[in-house]
Design a protein around this ligand. Sequence first.
Ligand SMILES: Cc1cc2nc3c(=O)[nH]c(=O)nc-3n(C[C@H](O)[C@H](O)[C@H](O)COP(=O)(O)OP(=O)(O)OC[C@H]3O[C@@H](n4cnc5c(N)ncnc54)[C@H](O)[C@@H]3O)c2cc1C
Length: 428
Amino acid sequence: MSVETIDTLIIGAGQAGLAMSEHLTKDGVPHIVLERARIAERWRSVRWDSLVANGPAWHDRFPGMGFDEVDPAIRPDDFAPKEVVADYMEAYARKFRMPVRTGVEVRRLERLQGRAGFRTETSAGVIEAQRIVAATGPFQKPVIPPVIPRDAGVTQIHSADYRNPAQLPDGGVLIVGAGSSGVQIADELRHAGRRVWLSVGPHDRPPRAYRGRDFCWWLGVLGQWDLSAPAPGTEHVTIAVSGAHGGETIDFRRLAQEGMILLGRTETWRNGRLGFAGDLVANLDNGDANHDRLLDQADDYVARNGLDLPPDPQARRRYPDADCITNPIRELDLAQAGISTVIWATGFAVDYSWMKLDAFDASGRPVHQRGVSTEPGVYFLGLPWQSRRGSSFIWGVWHDARHIAEQIGIQRKYLDYHHQNAPQTEPA
Ligand SMILES: Cc1cc2nc3c(=O)[nH]c(=O)nc-3n(C[C@H](O)[C@H](O)[C@H](O)COP(=O)(O)OP(=O)(O)OC[C@H]3O[C@@H](n4cnc5c(N)ncnc54)[C@H](O)[C@@H]3O)c2cc1C
């Protein structure tokens, strides 16, 4: 069987794989991008129908192209629908003539024995590469905590499998997890006339916009996208933000006023009854404090820099507490409450089981420094907090890809020197 060889093999053609390819193309590094499905497949088929980008089009993009090149109707402050995001990625790959091969799955990867490089078994044959960039995504395997038994008589799906309200059986819906996915799905279901319960854990909830600037702009000028590590103990704090309805601040107290029933963290299951932690009020208070802190930092920035941005006192409005906040529900009989569906918006895990390499910690997560693996020749891209807070976002991954490309360039230089100065006996 013939074996194809290449300098660098990128696995995955989401935003991370494409950003990597752009930089390697600029640097003249021969490479191939393998994608088991289509370019930006997760935007196409693993997200709900009405999803729009969480950041405005001027911000959530690569430097090399605007969204208006794909859809002239998209203005800079719009939130691009998910299909437009996927079209944008495809157009980007075309614009930079990226060597993407779709419909090719990487099934196994291992180090070559006795010589440099890696052997990759794919659905289309074997490829040997000197270097590997794993760009298979920060959100690979949906995680459903084992709380409610499968045979409990209630439909249970992960947010990755939610598409639209019509897909669900009639009846009330409990959404577990109030990050950007959970709260948007809950809001959509409530607008569709469903009775909705939302289990709210610890979260950050930045204002959508303040004093005429989107929070993406504020986090940028305040240097917060570039934070290199989460605050101690807050790594798993989810961020509740939405571009739906043209972009609105997520305010759980408002949602409760509008009829959504808020609950604390989902914890236990006994005889059809779901138990919730007594942390709802603390979680809402901490979310509010996070919201208000950003307003304070923004005001401070405006004052220090003498910016002419209009005051926005409405942003500090606090909605009165609904009954579910003053009298938190600690137990709920799902059947009695009429809840037919539970949607777990509880996040994802990574799955690198196809990489037979010594590059992972005991929990299966890559061991790396800014994406450079402890296993020489292996790089990861698109990991949450890979180098900074913005690493898993469209624009953030582009900067991480530039760093990885630099690192690849450095290693190639050392090898060039070696080959140019190789002893006569060693094959070139
Ligand atoms: C609901 C949701 C909304 C989001 N909204 C935004 C947003 O508005 N703005 C923003 O900047 N970010 C957003 N993100 C975060 C992030 O941008 C996305 O998760 C994005 O898809 C990550 O891109 P990626 O290239 O790192 O990974 P992915 O998009 O997951 O791409 C990885 C690719 O690798 C392929 N692959 C995996 N394994 C193999 C294999 N063995 N062989 C071959 N191919 C393989 C997959 O098919 C996939 O196409 C959102 C995330 C979620 C979950």
